[in-house]
Design a protein around this ligand. Sequence first.
Ligand code: C2O
Ligand code: CU
Length: 526
Amino acid sequence: MDARVPGMPMGALEDQVPSAAPFLPSLAGIDTAAIPRSKPRQVVEMTDGDSLDLKAGLVRHVVEGRTFVMYGYNGQIPGPLIKVRQRSRVVVNFTNEIELPTTVHWHGLRLDNPFDGVPGVTQEAVLTGESFRYELRFPDAGIYWYHPHVREDAQQDLGLYGNMLVEAPETDYYGPANRQEVLVLDDLLVDDLGLVPWGAEAATHALMGRWGNVLLVNGEPGYGLTVNRGDVVRFELTNVANARTFNLGFAGARMKLVATDVSRYQKEQWIQSVVISPAERYVIDVLFEEPGEHPITNRIQAVNHFLGDFLPLVDTLGTVTVLPESTEADHARAFVELRDYPDVSSDIERFRPHFDRPVDKEIVLTLEVGALHTSILTMMTVDTFYVPPLEWNDAMPMMNWLSTAREVTWVLHEPETGRKNMDIGWTFHEGDVVKIRIHNEPRSFHPMQHPIHIHGQRFLVLEQDGVVNTNMAWKDTALVPVGSTVDFLVDMSNPGDWMMHCHIAEHLSAGMMLRFTVEPKVVGQD
Ligand code: C2O
Ligand code: CU
């Protein structure tokens, strides 16, 4: 819990513990000293037809001078940065060396369905000591990421995440930059005893998701970068936190928004900060003109539900040091022009006839609670007087910790059929364009924003609360604030069985997912 945010009276909850047993990583017969130290991420350049061995295993990871037993891919946190050319195909031979069953999901890729990594839908979970061969293809340029699709609340949080950087063949795909930095944003929850245990049989923190109290960039606190005066840095950002939405900014530097999950924007735009919810990616270009130290900040409005007041908070994720020496290649002139991307616009134009189509599917986001401790139930009733559209902090850490996926079910509810979560089974056809309207019910027991992710396809955010989006980009994940209604236009381009779910790891563990099928086009038909 953040000591800067005044807490709520906790009286009756003090002796309570979650209904799930505590879980921390280990492996029978392995002594901690024998577990290798985590290594920093390595870049793996792969060309068409290459293959990579990827292992999930135990590592000892040092954070702020304390050593924790965590997980890594190939001993690294983050896992290897896989660099590929757009439209190439590669193979990843995955082996599970952690004690839990796992899979690898290749987030955002419009890949072949058997390799999507969803246990019980596209494959069986990979048991300890077993392997699975993933064949990947990369139809779209951009920054993507991979993570387990089993108990993400624990496995991903413990270090199982990595990026894929898919490079377009066009040399002017983006404007010029002096360097490119791939940043993974995360947080980790620790207390005096070490990592706060996860739930063994069910996720803890099921109400709000698990919020860390140490902010991490590429697995470490205190990220630092040194550049020359006048350098343009392209930051490729991914949020891998379980629950936290960041509002990232660079003090004293100009910042522009260039691309997101599955494409560039139609046009670049100036921004003050970028709001990035779990699983989203943003590409931003930043010009550093002033020598000195520039903090990278997470500037938020913390809320105290009980008192109903807000508190501005600023956390520092790292520092960019700008040297007095001038840049070797000056791109300032190109930087100050906002570029249009006509090929993005013409691709989106093809979908314009569908913008005004009637809503095809409607989903309401809500939750159901079972046997929660009565003091939680009482306090939550008071608590819910003050509902911000977006929660930037965990304002009720005790109640949140105590709630597990056994007591809380997060729900994708389809009003038309009365169905919920995995009982909803949609069928579409390859080439369909589908409008999905998502409403986040503000009058539920504990409303919260939800980053909604769709597997294997791409979508446009057409409008939010009636405000039309005038600068679009293709997404695979988008945030639906409390009380908001957001229209997605989904390009059902990729056949198979796919998931749509909230990307707050605990909400997913607590049921917030549905499945849909895209039937393949019959050959010879249109
Ligand atoms: Cu990155 Cu189904 O998730
Ligand atoms: Cu959610």
